[in-house]
Design a protein around this ligand. Sequence first.
Ligand SMILES: Nc1ncnc2c1ncn2[C@@H]1O[C@H](COP(=O)(O)OP(=O)(O)O)[C@@H](O)[C@H]1O
Ligand SMILES: [Mg+2]
Length: 421
Amino acid sequence: MTDSVAATGAGTAPRKPVVLVADDDGHIRRLVVLLLQSRGMTIVQAADGIEALAVAKASRPDVLVLDVNMPGLSGFEVCRAIRSDPLLHRTPVLILTAQGATADKVAGFEVGADDYVQKPFEGAELAARVGSLVARSRVYGAADTPPPEPEGRVVALVGAKGGSGTTTVTTSLALVTADLWSGGALTPAALIDLDLVHSHAAFLLGVDPRRTLADLTAHVPLTLDRDYLLQFAEQHGPGLAVLSGARNPLEGERITPDLVKSLLTTCKGTFSYSFVDLPSSYVETSLSVFDLADLILVVVTPELTSIRSAVQLMAVFQSLSIPPERWHFLLNRPLDAGDLPEAALERTLHRPILQALPNNGLRVLEANNRGVPLVKSQPTQPFSVAIEELALRVSHVVPVHSAAGGTPTERVGRIERRLKR
Ligand SMILES: Nc1ncnc2c1ncn2[C@@H]1O[C@H](COP(=O)(O)OP(=O)(O)O)[C@@H](O)[C@H]1O
Ligand SMILES: [Mg+2]
């Protein structure tokens, strides 16, 4: 991500058009960037499809220039996601296709691209085509896109099978995310325990919940507002609220799918990121979460039973019409998991792994038993480092508007520098 949009200045001169250039080939990307910059455009960049979507959401460019074959999400998948995003759906998209790939052009138009240019391209032609899309964007775009309300994101984590480390990862991720931004309109993070049978998330943080969501069901108000909801949360440090589902499975039965829906809707207006810990079995409350989550992270372990369950879960997502860009795989290696290599898993699942988390021996278990997550007590351990990277990655995949999230803390800079190394 280079030139920030804010850097274009707020003077009276017309704002320079902002163009997102996404290509995993650094050489081609630089070529396009230099070309468009020389025509007075401000450029934001992305090196893969997932980053492209995140940067598009964060900077709302006038035009997108997308390569087709990129890791994570292809240019087509990014285009499809843009067309279904209420704030971006009118943004013109130009696809860079491989030479002679007629199928690419057809596919591009099918997903709603506005134009395409074949590689290798003539600089003048590409610049002219992007220029005409910028002009179109200015005439038809923007007018009907209201400034975004500060709205948070719901990130659900579900294990392909029990014992995958889902609760450990969810808890750690919430704790780190709470520390990534400050000064926004919303509280940085919430940890929501909706595993109503094995309800351990608060315990892993050393929190003893005085009130739970099951208590809330005793007097559900007509609209579940923020202040009422917060009465059922335990504060953990300044940035994290912990909402526990139930003290025992019997109480847990009081939590209905409808309650979960209104809970998550209220959470979006209260927290920048709400991390939901789900059970690995399919229950109706989980389906409500799948429905409303902005991102679902499926934790797989390197063993055949986990892969089988992951494949079944993919079928569930398909039957619920949850698009592929709304969910990703995490690979975790708890103590007794198998040792299939990451690449073999990706091949079998036909999907890249968003983040691999290393086995960290007994330290994870010991940290869990003490109620102080490893990311807090031993931040330089491999598992902790991977969780930090995951937290940053999640914030790129489902970014919140800066009004909601505030400004990045020093920790964000540290993680970014480490990732570049
Ligand atoms: N990366 C890891 N390295 C070592 N142990 C892990 C790792 N991830 C999870 N564990 C251990 O695996 C066990 C199951 O974790 P848990 O979070 O309860 O899984 P789930 O919620 O999927 O059932 C715990 O004992 C935890 O300490
Ligand atoms: Mg669990």
